[in-house]
Design a protein around this ligand. Structure first.
Ligand code: GTR
Length: 399
């Protein structure tokens, strides 16, 4: 029998669900609040930052600390052992053009182990070492390897252009589900992180996985890890950004349509908001990030500063016109503002247009790239072709 207490409780839950589902997200530029963003060139103590030394010794470390504490959590690098088990797999879809290596990366800490399955495709004809594109995948990797995802990971085209293509599934590190996210490295290797409000959660765990892949690349002579790129789409793009900021071994960092908590400026509250992402995906960011729900202006950082932390290594943001949820303009502005560290601190001649409106669709300037694709939220061959054009241009001379 339904008691009055139960009835009221259910009514309360229902009202809350409805309220949340009805929450109006803003897609109207005229309703974007006036932006007052944290300045890359002034430290929290008020020091003016105007040299590489100031940036690298004062501002960048404090920004990385602020992102760690308030948004993503740390990426712990302590473990006891890492072991790579490599198996050359001759039975695969791309055997005419690529050599496939199945790599089991086994990491041990405090007597417990976790294994990440990394899949690496190398151009068959060309002599290496090959720069690699690593994709952090939240889609089923088996589907990607069998090309069931409409060139989400176009292995043939990547190796055809002389690059190695590598991918791992986030499932091996931290499953992409609220109830299971800790059933990977968090329970297994770093349980203490779960106790801390600023601790590592899903996105930082995926970034940790990308670092272990890089550990492998450093040990494979057929890979040129010095001009290698990390790519992620959407939630994977958020993780790629955090991995790229933390791990200076990545020469190019490419978050595709990464939106809120990724490339887009949080303070614009355009499309997805901090509250919405923290409510739908509470296991992606650390607990401290939740204290900024509907309080974006209180954040000590915004996402342009994460782009800045990647300088002077190359950075590339990509958006899609119909992906308003991820706020293409907010992604562009964050790149534009973050790239001031490239130009004003590192002296790199970055030539991005002044405004988002009327800009060319693809902009490949020194160390900084952007494109806006037609169509919906996705990672497509078109995107990959732009990424490869950019990396070709960045490293052609060096190779
Ligand atoms: C959405 C989420 C976005 C983005 C996307 C994805 O539902 O709101 O932040 O991460 O999922 O990963 O495809």
């Amino acid at each position: 029998m339904l008691t009055l207490k139960h009835f009221l409780f259910l009514l309360f839950i229902q009202l809350n669900i409805n309220l949340f589902a009805q929450e109006q997200f803003n897609y109207n530029e005229s309703k974007v609040p006036g932006l007052v963003l944290p300045d890359p060139f002034v430290s929290t103590k008020g020091e003016i930052i105007n040299s590489v030394d100031d940036w690298e010794s004062i501002r960048r470390p404090e920004l990385m600390q602020l992102f760690t504490e308030n948004v993503y959590g740390p990426i712990p690098s302590d473990f006891d052992e890492i072991h790579f088990d490599v198996f050359v797999d001759s039975d695969h879809l791309y055997k005419e053009v690529a050599l496939k290596k199945n790599v089991d990366i086994k990491i041990t800490r405090n007597g417990k182990a976790q294994t990440i399955k990394l899949f690496v495709f190398l151009p068959l004809e060309e002599k290496g070492p090959h720069p690699v594109f690593l994709l952090i995948s939240h889609r089923n990797v088996q589907d990607l390897l069998e090309d069931k995802e409409d060139q989400f990971f176009p292995i043939e085209q990547i190796v055809d252009r002389g690059y190695a293509a590598a991918v791992f599934d986030v499932e091996d590190v931290s499953p992409d589900e609220k109830e299971r996210f800790s059933h990977g490295i968090l329970d297994n290797l770093y349980p203490e992180q779960l106790e801390m409000p600023e601790g590592m959660r899903g996105l930082a765990a995926w970034a940790w996985g990308a670092m272990r892949a890089m550990d492998y690349f450093e040990n494979d002579i057929s890979i040129d890890q010095n001009s290698s790129a990390i790519v992620g789409h959407s939630r994977g793009g958020k993780a790629a950004l955090w991995a790229g900021a933390n791990d200076k071994r990545w020469a190019v960092v490419i978050p595709n349509e990464s939106g809120c908590g990724g490339a887009a400026l949080s303070r614009r509250r355009f499309g997805e908001t901090v509250k919405r992402i923290n409510t739908n995906f509470p296991y992606w960011f650390n607990d401290n990030f939740k204290t900024f729900n509907e309080k974006e202006d209180a954040l000590p950082i915004d996402q342009h500063l994460l782009a800045a932390c990647i300088a002077p290594r190359a950075i590339y943001f990509a958006s899609a016109i119909e992906d308003q949820w991820a706020d293409p303009k907010g992604e562009f502005l964050s790149l534009k503002l973050g790239s001031r560290v490239y130009s004003d601190i590192y002296g790199i001649k970055v030539d991005l247009p002044e405004s988002f409106e009327n800009h060319q669709r693809t902009i490949h300037t020194n160390s900084v790239g952007y494109h806006l694709r037609d169509g919906k939220h996705n990672l497509t061959l078109y995107d990959w072709e732009r990424f490869m054009d950019f990396v070709d241009k960045e490293f052609l001379l060096a190779r």
